[in-house]
Design a protein around this ligand. Structure first.
Ligand code: DAH
Length: 339
């Protein structure tokens, strides 16, 4: 009996050494330890063994069974690891490489600033409406009280597409369009891109962005304009911001004014950016000219309104100490990712 057991053990040792894959080992496991295998045969043979011999013969068989089982497990482990590392070496994946960074897009710095302004005005009860960038001479100039030969047209060098069509020079173009289609109270903020036929340089570009605010109702006063502007500037630039209002001229408002804020960089001390005046010009404003209201079909005897317009790029350049406006339109991720 002992020799029979050893013969099985020896044959198994040879077989398992020849096993080349986990699959081969699984097959050996079934061959030797399965129901029709030699170990089960031995078990069945136990009944023919004498009572005196049965305990130690039983132990031999059990030891054999256990040894074969352990040998199978060991070999399975080894082969599986080998197969896995072979598979990985073919896959060409370096699992030690750091993961690739996933680039998330973000709002452009100009749009971020625009969003800030839009949010402030939504809170104040304004609706947001965008006007056309390709505009007629009428809505961009004539309806706003610039007659054909008005010298103020020269203030805004214009890209003409045809004699009557142009790229809007300001977001003020929406004013008369809105008056024609809406009844007061009208309370609108209009953000968008505007165009000027200028030499491109570090300080000026042929397109930039403006926001235009307009409020028309019965009894809107100059005091309302000043109060709204002041609270807007505080919300945008912070509680400590100082502002001043200067009389100015725009054909579509009367009276017209320009608004300065204390220089964001030197806080009023005077620096290169504010040309040593301590102040920065931020926007134009005024009470809507009666002639403009009339052009929009609104009776200036019954209604009054205020409006103002502000360019965004200049503010952004100052706020972030950017020296060249052209970088805002160059799509350079190294720049854009900083905001
Ligand atoms: N449209 C003017 C510009 O582009 C800015 C402006 C000035 C808008 C006065 C207004 C205003 O609504 O009342 O320079």
């Amino acid at each position: 009996m002992k020799s029979k057991i050893e013969a099985i053990r020896n044959q198994f040792s040879k077989d398992i050494e020849d096993a080349k894959s986990a699959k081969d080992v699984e097959a050996l496991k079934v061959k030797y330890l399965g129901k029709k295998g030699p170990v089960q045969d031995l078990m069945r043979g136990l009944k023919d063994v004498t009572d005196a011999d049965r305990p130690h013969v039983g132990k031999w068989i059990n030891d054999l069974k256990e040894d074969l089982m352990n040998a199978c497990m060991r070999s399975l482990n080894e082969l599986e690891q080998k197969e896995e590392s072979e598979r990985l070496s073919h896959e060409n994946i370096d699992v030690t490489l750091p993961g690739r960074r996933h680039h998330l897009g973000r709002r452009h710095i100009v749009n971020q600033f625009m969003d800030e302004i839009v949010d402030i005005f939504i809170e104040m009860g304004f609706s947001i409406q965008e006007g056309p960038e390709i505009e007629s001479d009428y809505y961009n100039f004539e309806a706003l009280n610039f007659s054909k030969d008005h010298p103020a047209r020269d203030m805004q060098d214009t890209f003409y597409i045809t004699e009557d069509m142009l790229l809007r020079t300001h977001t003020t173009n929406l004013q008369v369009r809105l008056m024609e289609t809406q009844k007061p109270p009208i309370r609108v903020l209009s953000p968008g891109r505007v165009y000027r036929n200028e030499e491109i340089s570090a300080r000026s570009h042929v397109f930039f962005h403006q926001v235009e605010a307009m409020y028309i109702d019965k009894g809107v006063t100059f005091g309302d304009l000043i109060a709204t502007l002041e609270s807007f500037l505080v919300k945008l630039f912070g509680a400590g911001i100082k502002s001043r209002f200067r009389p100015s001229y725009f054909p579509f408002v009367e009276p017209g004014l320009e608004v300065d804020i204390q220089c964001l960089l030197c806080r009023g001390k005077g620096c290169g950016i504010c040309k040593h005046s301590g102040w920065l010009e931020v926007l134009g404003a005024g009470m809507i000219h009666p002639e403009v209201l009339r052009n929009g079909g609104i009776d200036p005897e019954t209604y009054t309104g205020y409006a103002w317009g502000m360019g965004l790029e200049r503010m952004i350049l100052i706020k972030h100490r950017i020296k060249d406006i052209r970088i805002l339109t160059q799509n350079d991720l190294r720049f854009l990712e900083q905001f």
